[in-house]
Design a protein around this ligand. Sequence first.
Ligand SMILES: NC(=O)c1ccc[n+]([C@@H]2O[C@H](COP(=O)([O-])OP(=O)(O)OC[C@H]3O[C@@H](n4cnc5c(N)ncnc54)[C@H](O)[C@@H]3O)[C@@H](O)[C@H]2O)c1
Length: 383
Amino acid sequence: MDTVKFGIIGCGLMGREFASAAARWKHLPDMDVRPEIVSICDVNMNAQMKSWYTELLPSVKQAVTDYKELLANKEVQAVYCAVPHNLHEEFYTAVINAGKHLMGEKPFGVDKKANDSITAAIKNHPECVVRCSSEFPFAPAMQRLCSMIEQDKFGTILEVDAGFVHSSDLDTSKPINWKRIAKFNGEYGVMGDLGMHPCHVPFKAGWKPKNVRAILSKVVPKRPDGKGGMADCDTWDNATLFCETPDPKTGMCFPMTIKTQRIAPGEKNTWYITILGMKASVRFNTKNINHIEIMEYVPGGDQAWQHIDMGHETAFKSVTGGIFEFGFSDAILQMWAAFLYEIKHGRPEKHFTGCVTPEEAALSHRLFTAALESQKTGKTVTV
Ligand SMILES: NC(=O)c1ccc[n+]([C@@H]2O[C@H](COP(=O)([O-])OP(=O)(O)OC[C@H]3O[C@@H](n4cnc5c(N)ncnc54)[C@H](O)[C@@H]3O)[C@@H](O)[C@H]2O)c1
């Protein structure tokens, strides 16, 4: 079993998810490589944060507040960077220039300029495996959908509708956080926060938007600042992108809708995709994560949707029984298995079990930048 020694920069919500996944690596009996977290960094490192990590992972030997100290640690071979978006450019380029593998969080740069500079650093360091975090396609039902794309089951694509929608901001008394402030989250607003997720599978399928007409909305202008006052909430709350998208297999264009919303009543954490085609159609929604609806059609036959329950048929074999349900932390574990596999083997296990590539992240930046322009001008903008 090979070991890759990791550092985590940003020990908040997502830093803890990786730590927890690394701690249950034995869950993946066939893996020939494992992560060992040796160093952690957070500007707000305190005794409680440090002990959460060190009690879970005795391998952690260094806990620092300055990321440069972590990067100077020669033991660290790879880094997971989960910090606010305004820090992506500086931190990601520093990780890559230090010659370490990087799993970066989305949106992979606060804006296109930041993303371009990360891309330039990657070009100078081909020895580094650099990927962008996005876990939902590792759900077994999604892997089944992805294998239908690979097997060309859909025929001519009629329409693709993908989205990631949240409801918590419907509560106007919810205090503000950095994700609702443009200085930290960026001008993309909700697109930067949620957009990579619905783009992941369409982009990996090769469905690259040619142009976009975007409608963005800012609904709640101020939120409680948590200190008794109110603060400006200056990011886009909701975004709907209508994209004309060529199918490289047929050359024909189809409509693709990418929706990201923070104010979607009743939708706690809903990631969904619908693909409609002449030969087959599918619907998937994380509300019912173990379920997939498939309609395969033969001309003249019935148009009947099948409702299929999936079990634990994961891309990377798990000790969980085959009939048991799959959840968010399982998707995170699978994504990390995919990243470690790519570090060890120099390629993904299969096309759709690869993590989001820097090229796919860069395409999302071109799309979101064009979407901002479309909102400003009211016109359809080339991507
Ligand atoms: N893949 C997913 O499903 C998913 C989900 C949520 C967030 N994210 C992404 O993860 C990243 C982090 O989001 P989060 O929800 O974990 O945020 P968070 O606020 O919970 O954690 C961010 C951490 O970064 C630390 N930090 C801030 N400035 C720092 C600095 N200068 N040096 C070191 N540490 C610093 C903060 O103290 C905090 O602990 C973002 O890019 C976000 O878009 C991804």
